[in-house]
Design a binder for this molecule. Structure first.
Ligand SMILES: Cc1cc2nc3c(=O)[nH]c(=O)nc-3n(C[C@H](O)[C@H](O)[C@H](O)COP(=O)(O)OP(=O)(O)OC[C@H]3O[C@@H](n4cnc5c(N)ncnc54)[C@H](O)[C@@H]3O)c2cc1C
Ligand code: SF4
Ligand code: SF4
Length: 431
């Protein structure tokens, strides 16, 4: 057991948690990084590119993901959940449940032979349901750790993976492992989930296959996409008319239509995706329906102008309804402003929704005294002057768990949370 007062629990292994863990470990603190999924990476690793620099997320993030796995002061616990946190004087006693992978982490070499042997196909979470994975699978090519995991719900226990694994790593006898940790501080980095756009009947209520969420477009745009190009799901056809709709479930005062706040990243990632669709498909018309285009960061306004110059048509207005035609095309009815002023009806082959962001986890399960706002995002003691300290001494927050934000702001907040956690521990140690 490491010295509790020089140890930190980081919950969530997206870019916020990974950055906070590295910043703390580089200062000599021991970090337990707990991620509920089988790999670290969060949402960022699913993206095709990132605005406004158009960096490839795998290129800039994978080295950090590998670094957390190899850092001598970081204990990485994936496929694991924090079950209980109890404060005793200066120390948090933490119980973590490490779920069985049914694959021995020490023996698996990530060769993928088991995946080829497995007869069961399951929609891939990483591909946002587009491509398929096997019942035993490595979540994605750059997964960290690059270790297979068995999805027991879909496994038919045929034993093919066990027989074919060259290192005998498959082990169906694995059971839950309870791990007890002692730390002096914690950083919450549990990220975001999505507003459920299938609630919106006016957009098809989730029944139209060619109305897709924005994250799916990123998976279609990546170089190694399961389809190799931007195609529409119903028939694999390359669309020639694509519409993007912003603020789906964001910025509405009508609770049945969504959430009142701005989700902050949708405008800019839609600008990026719309431009990428034009570059990917060439002969395509791309329309973006927006309320206000919020290009608030350094280089963002220029990024938006470049998309406009590349041919993206920005139409200010509200989409009232989408209707599906028998051929899978979508009739979109909107009220637009500007020169066209009035109600327009347009036909598209693919429609992309940018859903609002909401918290992914309720951190009060672990820290009951923690304050969250009315939407569930973690409150900080001073949003302006101390935007990382929660009201609970020793507990800090970073990334989208605090509020929707882009990667630049997430990385900055993660660095600040690490710094505050380090200062807090130093003060506990009498420094
Ligand atoms: C479609 C789309 C496109 C985007 N494009 C861009 C872009 O181009 N540029 C840009 O700057 N930003 C972009 N963003 C925003 C970017 O994704 C976020 O800024 C970033 O992912 C926030 O990182 P995070 O670590 O806070 O959260 P997340 O990426 O959500 O990571 C949170 C992690 O915590 C884990 N977790 C959650 N709960 C628990 C728990 N209880 N225990 C353990 N682990 C847990 C999750 O599994 C996940 O791995 C985009 C967002 C979307 C939706
Ligand atoms: S479980 Fe075995 S076959 Fe599958 S990736 Fe690991 S080492 Fe390869
Ligand atoms: S035992 Fe399960 S995971 Fe292994 S090959 Fe058979 S179905 Fe796939």
């Amino acid at each position: 057991m490491t010295d509790a007062l020089r140890s930190v629990l980081v919950v969530g292994g997206g870019i916020a948690g990974v950055q906070a863990a590295l910043d703390l470990a580089d200062q000599g603190f021991h970090v337990y990084l707990v991620e509920k999924e089988p790999s670290v990476g969060g949402r960022m690793i699913q993206l095709q590119k990132v605005f406004p620099t158009l960096d490839c997320p795998s290129c800039i993030f994978t080295p950090k993901m590998v670094a957390v796995a190899n850092h001598p002061l970081i204990t990485l616990l994936t496929h694991a959940e924090v079950r209980e946190v109890r404060r005793e004087d200066k120390i948090f006693r933490v119980k973590v449940l490490k779920k069985p992978r049914y694959v021995d982490e020490g023996s698996c070499v990530g060769c993928g032979t088991c995946e080829k042997a497995c007869p069961v196909d399951v929609p891939s979470e990483f591909e946002n349901g587009l491509g398929m994975r096997k019942a035993i699978y490595i979540p994605f090519a750059q997964a960290v750790p690059k270790v297979a995991v068995v999805d027991l719900e879909n496994c038919i226990l045929c034993g093919a993976c066990e027989r074919r694994c060259p290192t005998r790593a498959v082990n169906f006898a694995q059971v839950d492992e309870q791990i007890e940790l002692e730390v002096g501080a914690a950083v919450l980095a549990t990220g975001f989930g999505f507003f459920d756009a299938t609630r919106l009947e006016q957009f098809g209520g989730g029944r139209y296959p060619n109305v897709i969420p924005a994250l799916t477009v990123d998976r279609l745009l990546v170089a190694n996409s399961p389809y190799g190009a931007v195609v529409r799901p119903s028939d694999g056809k390359i669309p020639r008319r694509v519409a993007f709709i912003l603020c789906v479930g964001s910025r509405t005062r009508n609770a049945s239509l969504g959430l009142p706040y701005c989700s902050r990243v949708c405008c800019m990632y839609t600008v990026r995706q719309a431009q990428s669709v034009i570059l990917n498909l060439r002969r395509v018309r791309v329309d973006v329906y927006y309320m206000d285009l919020r290009a608030f960061g350094k280089g963002y306004e220029e990024f938006y102008r470049r998309a406009e110059a590349a041919g993206v048509r920005f139409r200010k207005g509200r989409v009232a309804r989408i209707t599906e035609k028998p051929d899978g095309n979508l009739l979109l009815r909107a009220e637009v402003m500007g020169e066209e002023n009035g109600v327009v009806e347009e036909e598209y082959e693919l429609v992309v929704l940018a859903p609002g962001l909401r918290p992914q986890a309720d951190p009060r399960v672990l820290f009951p005294d923690l304050a969250v706002d009315e939407y569930g995002f973690v409150e900080t003691v001073s949003p302006k002057l101390d935007p990382v300290s929660t009201g609970v001494p020793g507990v800090f927050v970073a990334g989208a768990a605090e509020a929707p934000k882009d990667i630049v702001d997430t990385v900055m907040q993660a660095g600040a949370a690490a710094m505050r956690a380090a200062a807090y521990l130093t003060s506990l140690n009498g420094g």
